[in-house]
Design a protein around this ligand. Structure first.
Ligand SMILES: [Zn+2]
Length: 407
């Protein structure tokens, strides 16, 4: 059994026109009018495919293809929201390959024992409402529904109000229900598959993540009359920390990646010595032990940098996510499907979070990666070749068929 490449490509092009940017990317922030249009399009396609569509209290959309037996469903899904000036592949590809797998089952008149359900999760990106993956987080019981409703965007608009405004505040409770497997096809967002000439990544898990927040208190003073010898410059200490965080990844080596992605200097004007700086530190590694080693090293390098500049600081390691291991039987089904589809593939880890992470907390989950050109994503240049998409979709179809079982 194979997917219909032409039909899949047409769907990708058509959905990609909703929120398209002049340079061929996508701006479709969660719960905006364009997000509503994309959802409406998906619901039309789901109904045309004969799926029973329901919407839950978080606006997550489910379309069920009945199974022959009263068993928990195999869920395939991803998201249709994007980051600003993002690409047309992140999220949409998982949803559309899932839809295509269901259409292919219909073409072959194949009944499965378990139902097959297509899922579209609300606000995966976290570009408009924080945190990211908020709706699968509520589903998994990790985020309270009221907290999610009260998340506000930059303009102070409530998530709950926007769900209602676009007509996707559903009645179904957003709670965990048993499922046979959750499968998410997604772009790799890194360079590994392309560099090795492979079409499919069998994802074993998602790396462990640690987030820290550092506030440095220096002495704000005039940039002119203050001699260099008496300065306590918070930004100079911060610069020392930024290069130290990079050095830390080199020293520990392996797969550890470290990033200072956010930095705010105060008062941030040309003629004052910065009196206060806040910055973020993001560290990721497949092994939690590596982060256990890195954190005390981070403590020490911050202490040293601040001592050198004679400034004080607060360092808070406020968020930690352990390594998410995907279910061995789901990973094995994906591997057999990748072989069966004749793809060039290998095992891989995800360096980014996905809805699959929360789904893995409440049931057996797995992911399939397809290559990202030049490893790039969250940008208008994001691209995956149709040959690779077809291999990925056939792998997804094979895994769904195995996990849902022929009736
Ligand atoms: Zn995504």
């Amino acid at each position: 059994m194979k997917v219909n490449r032409k039909r899949l490509e047409d769907s990708i092009l058509e959905l990609g026109r909703i929120g398209e940017t002049p340079r061929g990317g996508l701006t479709r922030l969660a719960l905006t009018d364009d997000d509503k249009r994309a959802r409406d399009q998906m619901v039309r396609w789901m109904r045309t495919a004969g799926l029973r569509v329901s919407v839950d209290q978080m606006g997550n959309i489910f379309g069920e293809r009945p199974g022959a037996e009263p068993l928990p469903p195999v869920i395939v899904g991803s998201h249709v929201d994007s980051v600003p000036t993002g690409g047309k592949y992140d999220g949409q590809l998982g949803v559309l390959c899932g839809l295509e797998a269901i259409r292919a089952l219909d073409d072959a008149r194949t009944r499965t024992r378990h139902p097959v359900t297509l899922a579209i999760f609300t606000n995966e990106e976290g570009a408009r409402f924080q945190p990211a993956m908020i709706a699968s987080g509520v589903l998994a019981g990790k985020i309270a529904l009221e907290d999610a409703y009260n998340a506000r965007d930059r303009d102070g608009v409530r998530l709950g109000d926007e769900l209602e405004r676009i007509g996707y505040l559903g009645a179904e409770p957003c709670v965990a229900r048993p499922f046979r497997a959750y499968l998410e096809l997604h772009i790799e967002q890194g360079p590994a598959l392309e560099e090795e000439g492979l079409s499919v990544g069998i994802v074993d898990g998602i790396v462990a993540i640690s987030w820290s927040r550092l506030t440095i208190h220096g002495v704000q003073d005039h940039a002119g009359p203050t001699p260099m010898r008496i300065r306590h410059d918070a930004l100079v200490a911060a610069a020392d920390v930024v290069t130290g965080v990079r050095r830390l990844a080199r020293e520990i080596g392996g797969d550890l990646v470290t990033t200072v992605g956010n930095l705010t200097a105060h008062p941030n004007i040309v003629n004052a010595i910065p009196g206060r700086v806040t910055l973020s530190i993001d560290m990721r590694d497949p092994r939690g032990e590596t982060l256990d080693r890195a954190l005390p090293m981070l403590d020490r390098l911050v202490e040293d940098a601040c001592a050198r500049e004679g400034v004080t600081y607060e360092l808070d390691h406020y968020w930690r996510v352990p390594y998410t291991a995907f279910a061995p039987d789901v990973v094995a089904a994906v591997e057999r499907a990748a072989k069966g589809a004749g793809t060039r593939h290998r095992h891989i880890l995800s360096g980014a979070g996905h809805d699959a992470q929360y789904m893995a907390a409440i049931g057996p989950a797995g992911m399939i990666f397809v290559p990202s050109r030049d490893g790039r994503s969250h940008c208008e240049e994001e691209f995956t070749a149709m040959d690779d998409i077809e291999h990925g979709a056939n792998t997804l179809l094979g895994a769904v068929l195995e996990l849902a079982g022929r009736a």
